[in-house]
Design a protein around this ligand. Structure first.
Ligand code: HEC
Length: 149
């Protein structure tokens, strides 16, 4: 009997794995960023983060924020050096100390339903969803971050 069960179990496991498609930058996050974030975060002449910081008022006056239009740019606001920035800004208030949403949460969608859907995509993509900064983040927590390309 076990000779029959093993192949069937393996087949079922494979089917389940294929069904639950992994969230990646390419299949889920890039389209959201393109639609909801790039109006302010690039790529057209949007500054690198340190350049933005140097002349913040001028960039803000132009309606331009730091570049986040590529995988490499965004990852710097997830892992390092701006550890947790994406999580702090996009959280809906469930994980923040004061219960308030991050100030980029509203950009996630035109309706609450869309915002929640896109937040779920970001959470699934990042994996370990922590609002902590670099100094308070442990290596175990960093290992929990998936953020696949
Ligand atoms: C209407 C313009 C606008 C849109 C749209 C927008 N942002 Fe922002 N974002 C800004 C500005 C301006 C700042 C800098 C001021 C601040 O820190 O709040 C900023 C800051 C950030 C930061 C903080 C970076 C840091 O560490 O200082 C993150 C992360 C961020 N945005 C993510 C996003 C994401 C993700 C989206 C899309 C869901 C998005 N933003 C959409 C204007 C925007």
């Amino acid at each position: 009997m076990k000779y029959i069960i093993a192949p069937i179990a393996m087949l079922l496991l494979t089917t389940a794995a294929v069904g639950a498609e992994e969230i990646t930058w390419r299949n889920s996050i890039k389209p959201i960023v393109q639609e909801r974030c790039l109006g302010c975060h690039g790529p057209d002449s949007a500054p690198e983060y340190p350049a933005f910081k140097e002349q913040k008022e001028q960039w803000l006056a132009k309606g331009q924020a730091m570049r986040m239009d590529s995988y490499s740019h965004l990852i710097a606001f997830v892992v390092w050096p701006n550890t947790g920035a994406t999580m702090r800004r996009l959280d809906d208030g469930q994980n923040s100390k004061d219960g308030k949403p991050g100030n980029m949460y509203r950009h996630l969608g035109a309706s609450e339903e869309e915002r929640q859907e896109n937040l779920a995509a970001f959470k699934g993509w990042i994996g370990h969803w922590s609002l902590k900064r670099w100094a308070d983040t442990s290596k175990d927590e960093l290992n929990g971050i998936k953020a696949k390309y």
